[in-house]
Design a binder for this molecule. Sequence first.
Ligand SMILES: *Cc1c(COP(=O)(O)O)cnc(C)c1O
Length: 359
Amino acid sequence: MTRGYNFGAGPATLPQAVMERAQAELLDWNGQGMSVMEISHRSEAFLTLLNQTEQDLRQLLAIPESYRVLFINGAARTQFSMIPMNFLAKEARADYLVTGTWSKMAYQEAGKLAYANLVADGKGLNYLGVPEVSTWKLSDEAAYFYYTPNETITGVAIERLPDIVKVPVIVDMTSCLLSQPIDVSRYGLIFAGFQKNIGPAGMTVVIMREELLTETPYPLPTMMDYRTYIESNSCYATPATFNCYMAGMMFQWLLSQGGLAAVERGNRRKAAKLYQYIDASDFYHCPVPSKDRSMMNVAFKLHDEALNTEFLTEAKAHQLLALKGHRSVGGMRASIYNAMPESGVDALLAFMVHFAANR
Ligand SMILES: *Cc1c(COP(=O)(O)O)cnc(C)c1O
């Protein structure tokens, strides 16, 4: 069996070096005589690991001291509820920019608990682009502004939030955190599920400015309250220990690549190669306009959609895996997160050229 190039959107490919180290250490981690999966989350060895993991993430993103880093078990979308629960005091409202599946779900979830204002909705564009900023309708007094800078399903990205937003910004960076340097101080809260760019599915990292927390109109369930995670250093309940370990290795791997500026250069090169070829081709096309394209999830279509199945079958035979687009968009999607080596993109391009030439 050989390991192919996995272009899946998530759970996504992890660096081979990280997987190999996990394999080598699986039965006896760190001289403990047991697996990292089997060790107490209260043990010194594990707490050291968790602390180092946080420190490495702080270094990668240059996270200011005034921000807390929380590791919360569960899906990224748990945050869709935790955010309004924790930040919307009585009669408060929040602004939601809807540009695709994930921001729409977050908007609907917030609407169950409080008043969520729809700033703009990409529906008219079939969520294949970002609504013009001139059409955005911001509230006068929103508690926060929420958006999703990388809509994973359609491959639509917002490279830079316009300066018109004056309230704390909350972002779902599940599919783009760590793909490039960011200025953390521009955000009130950043969250990312692990399974795209960080590690195995089942945990979410939250980076938040603590002062944002307000008095909530009702007592929160303990596990839905950010204070629980702040006060216990993410160890109130048992954290997903193996995920923390994998994330820690991922962060060290990113540091060894030269940090996020170097990582971004590689990511830009990978994405540019694909988009340039697709744009120049009369066999393939990209449904997203250039200004709104994602660097992480490259959506593309064959002009002759009748060839889709053949394309996917042949790609698989070339060890190019999980290229099928999301069912809501159709076509293809190549997710090229940090862990996708440039050689994977080169192999995909060579295959696309070959496939087009033989029709
Ligand atoms: C994948 C994804 C999610 C959902 O993640 P779950 O852990 O399945 O809830 C949310 N937001 C974005 C941007 C995603 O890419």
